[in-house]
Ligand binder design. Sequence first.
Ligand code: SF4
Length: 468
Amino acid sequence: MSLQVHITTFGCQMNKLDSELVANELISQGFELCRDNGQADVVIFNTCSVRQHAENRVLTCLGRLGRQKASHPGLITVLIGCMAQRQGTELIERFADLDIVCGPGELHRLSGLINKARDGAGRQLALTDRLRARRTVPTELEDMDTRHRLSQITSSAQAYVRATRGCDNFCSYCIVPSVRGPEISRPPASILAEVENLVAAGCIEITLLGQTVNGYRYCADGPETDFAELLRMVSAISGLKRLRFVTSYPRGFSDDVFYAMAEAPVICEYLHLPAQSGSDRILSAMKRSYTSAEYLDLIERGRTIVPNLSIAGDFIVGFPGETEEDFQDTVRLVKAVRYKNCFVFKYSPRPGTVAARRLTDDVPAEVKRRRNNELLAVQEEISLDLHREFIGQKVEILVEGPSKASYKERPEHRNQLTGRTRGDNIVVFDAPGQVEQLTGTLVDVIIRDASALTLFGELPSTLPNARQ
Ligand code: SF4
């Protein structure tokens, strides 16, 4: 019987993609993915270092490895992702039951490391030395992306595709440039080949990924390809129905990206554009290199060029030195933009960042909590208003599968499916007995009700509108 692998993924879409690529590699070598961590011969934790909370969850998992190994002799335990690169040496010393630590820049070596550990070669540590000096990607690592096939981890209709690795921005609070290395854009030919393969395998929605995806810029021997050009090339691939991209960085965002979005019907009218603060003083302390006025100007240009542009934001509250006035600037920005939704985080210092080294974490925890709740409440009202505008409209959604969240909001509803609009609004709708038939397809749904988080719809009575 094949060896069983279980992968637990923490953090962002980039980690989800890496988990999928690791799964693909291991499956091609005869492993099988399993759903139950207790049944696995190899357990992998793909970790996130962006916030302390995410790291704490991983540390709890690592603390349980001893018990897991006692009940499953021969179990191989593996740590990958940002925590591996940031703290790998320390963690392998601290957790005697951890067999392999492998940084994100060394994932092409992972299956070999697992085989070595299984052959009794002892514990394995693979971290990238002088990561910031790396200006090219090892061919074997790039090949993992190029060989990307749909695995059992994600839905067969949707896939993430990497456009860039790493980041050069060094926002003062962020650990990513230190653990993911410098920003490197993939060759357009590799990206196109990967998308073509995924579409040929039945994928209809692609999300291009990068920490600052709009910074994509590739130039080898020929002319330079920028992000707008990449979008145009990918959107022309036959059979692709939806194209998204995350995450965008406000500085240097070219209007040509908006023009590409407006021209190509395949590109969804959705933009995830973190502002992080509405106060210019705090933006400067964060080293975000734009002002709130420049950010608002960009949003206005986007909305002028791309009708119905749906925008999501990220904010950090309680950044060192944030006064009540700074926070009210953030509230004003949220009200001015009218985001579809916002992710709001309370600042927590990350070791190794400029903010942790030089700034005092001086906003009391209860003030951070209050600002967090206040900003979420402001956003909730906006989300509800925007969602109510959908009532009575017919919207196209990509069905992702059975809805779990809706049961909490409307426990009386059963047999519901969930999907997303082009603008990334979550829609749930009744579809008794049609889970298999509709999952992974585009369907039109009429919106009948709305909460701040969710649109509630129904299929038009003439169902045969379901289309691939
Ligand atoms: S743009 Fe800033 S916040 Fe985003 S990954 Fe780069 S350094 Fe981190």
